[in-house]
Design a binder for this molecule. Sequence first.
Ligand code: FES
Length: 278
Amino acid sequence: MNGECPPSCPFLVPSIPALDLPVGQLHRLAPVASPGKTDSGEVDETKRNVIKLLAIAGVVGAAGGGLVGGTLQYAQPPLVGAKSYPTVQLIDVDGAPLTATKVNQEYNVTTSSLLLFYYPLTNEPNFFLNLAPATTGGPGATNVPGGVGPTGSIVAYSAICQHLGCPAPAISYYPPGTCSKTFGTKNFYIHCSCHGSTYDVTDKAHNLTGPAIYPLPQVTLLWKDPADGGDDSLWAIGETGPEPVNGHFTTLAGGYQVPTTVQLFKESPIILCQFPSV
Ligand code: FES
């Protein structure tokens, strides 16, 4: 047995004359025909082969347009994103539907764990904050712009810094007194440990310090108020801000849309009380 396949070998691929291209002919270019000169008689095999291939491609393309079209559609990455802001119910860390009553029992302005959820895309994390004062009193904020719940203290902001895009927990919520730095009387804020940007959680996440110059996009929350027949549940229904979430051409593009419910999760904050001089 010499390893060669006999003519009856089932693995031999039958010859296709149209594809039997001569090899080693690239140097055999015919001279350019010019007036007064006769053709040398050499065959331009390269040109002939190109014409052959184009002819074959034409036949294949005509006969298998679907195949070609199908192949081309995967030649470029699929566009991902959401057509519009989805309406998404928020689920608590424990898996139960989140209600404003529960939020006020479990979370307040002093909560040090980061509460995060993804919306509207699975690569866009957001802070979930209840700015209501602790039951023991002290600082806090109610009826803030965009705030929902019985005292208008529940808000949500993008957890991706608008400077160079550091995500949580590099950008974190700092409860009252975490750092000695205050802005007026405000001693709780969102602060980014990457380069020191600070955002006002009580006023649409406006910039308290740079280098970021844009506020964090704010998630529009909906509270189904029991006084209006609602079930006290909390929903994410949109997002606003002068700029999209950092790293996205629009907040709705550049990732996959979240499902109809999203669950909050906790992370440990990174605390670094370093503020740029302003
Ligand atoms: S990325 Fe947050 S301050 Fe630079």
